[in-house]
Design a protein around this ligand. Structure first.
Ligand SMILES: Cc1ncc(COP(=O)(O)O)c(C=O)c1O
Length: 381
């Protein structure tokens, strides 16, 4: 499908400093949008970002018929602009659409639209440690209060210049405190936890606010039936280093999202000689493992936060626990570096995970990338 570009490629008025960018707040000036009517996606285009005029009865407002994806574009050291495993997001978007009766978005078209938009907005992509966060979203918009699928939809993609996800987590992987909740569940078998439905996140907002009031950046959810099995966080998967190997809950149920980062880290861990176990783990086993020292590291992973150490697990009514090794621990650091190395082009991309949007130097921004200390690292013209 031909994508019409109604914009001119713009530039930020001054260099974007990824350390100053608060996640989720700054958008590039243009976005991609297409509407579904009479059985087909129509008029795909890149245009200036503008509000939608939607009827107050639009389905998405009442019954949450909406799904989304989260992915990133990176500016590599030589100036190349790349996406990371976009085909996995394209596939997951299809699964999410299927679950919520939203018309399919062809996988190739999904990637083509992202590629066209990122290329257009490339001057808003800061160098390392920054990136362009990409948010494809589809929603049902018919004005009707009947509980049924919409017949009209909008699919749009926003791009956001981004730095780190957690404020104050510092350089490198960083570390956070996490609240384990036994009182709130994120999903249950048969619900939508295995796909990226907007409604999944609505249910986590209140408990996440409570966690934040306790100084915890994220909430760890347990299974809905026994309140025992560790599942995942509100927006990230979870991993443990146990007896030197890597352990994470399996994604064989429909209650845990199949994270692209999770999948990539499992591959990298094996490559680094770690034994990998995708094995259910109860919260009691986790507590015992941390206490007896067999579990030495805990970390979370996802596109937005990449890899982030877990300092401590707090509970609603029990003492908190932390690993003896400080967080982020050595295995967490090693996996973080391996993944970031591929994303930023420092490490050979043996798995062909990186997908080029603009060749070296064509993706040049305002020509400035700085290192962790803020020193100038590379320039482009
Ligand atoms: C609930 C949930 N789990 C896990 C993840 C991590 O997935 P990914 O690595 O594909 O970003 C995300 C983020 O998308 C998420 O929202």
């Amino acid at each position: 499908m031909q994508i019409t570009n109604l914009t001119h490629t713009g530039r930020p008025s001054e260099p974007l400093d990824p350390r100053q960018l608060e996640f989720g707040r700054m958008f590039t000036p243009n976005f991609f949008v297409t509407e579904y009517k009479n059985g087909e996606w129509r008029n795909p285009r890149i245009q200036p970002v503008e509000p939608f005029a939607l009827h107050p009865a639009s389905l998405v407002f009442h019954y949450c018929q909406t799904v989304f994806e989260g992915m990133k574009a990176f500016r590599q050291e030589d100036g190349r602009v790349v996406l990371f495993r976009p085909e996995m997001n394209a596939k997951r978007m299809q699964q999410s659409c299927a679950r919520l009766s939203i018309p399919q978005i062809d996988e190739d078209f999904f990637i083509q639209a992202i590629r066209a938009l990122v290329e257009n907005e490339r001057h808003f992509l800061p160098g390392e440690p920054g990136c362009l966060y990409i948010r494809p979203t589809a929603m049902g918009v018919d004005a009707t209060l009947g509980v049924k699928s919409a017949s009209e939809f909008i699919f749009f993609i926003l791009t956001l210049p981004s730095g780190g996800y957690f404020k104050g987590a510092g350089e490198g992987p960083g570390a956070i405190d996490v609240l384990v909740t036994r009182s709130v569940v994120r999903t249950a078998p048969g619900l939508m936890g295995g796909v990226k439905a907007g409604a999944n996140y609505a249910g986590t907002i209140k408990i996440t606010e409570e966690a934040k009031a306790m100084g915890c950046a994220q909430v760890l959810f347990l299974d809905a039936h026994d309140h025992q099995y560790v599942e995942e966080m509100g927006g990230m998967n979870i991993m443990f280093v146990q007896n030197g190997g890597l352990r994470t809950p399996p994604v064989t149920t429909d209650t845990i999202l199949r994270g692209v980062t999770r999948d990539s880290l499992l591959v990298l861990a094996r490559e680094h000689g770690l034994e990998v176990r995708e094995d259910p783990i109860t919260i009691d086993e986790l507590i015992t493992g941390v206490k007896n020292g067999s579990i030495t590291e805990m970390f979370a992973c996802g596109t937005a936060a990449v890899v982030i150490g877990i300092n401590s697990l707090r509970f609603e009514d029990e003492p908190s626990i932390r690993t003896a090794v400080g967080s982020p621990g050595p295995v967490t650091m090693k996996l973080y570096e391996a993944l970031r190395g591929i994303q930023y082009g420092r490490v050979p991309d043996r798995h062909l995970w990186v997908y080029e949007v603009c060749p070296a130097h064509a993706g040049a921004s305002v020509g400035r990338a700085t290192d962790a200390q803020g020193s100038l690292r590379a320039t482009w013209t």
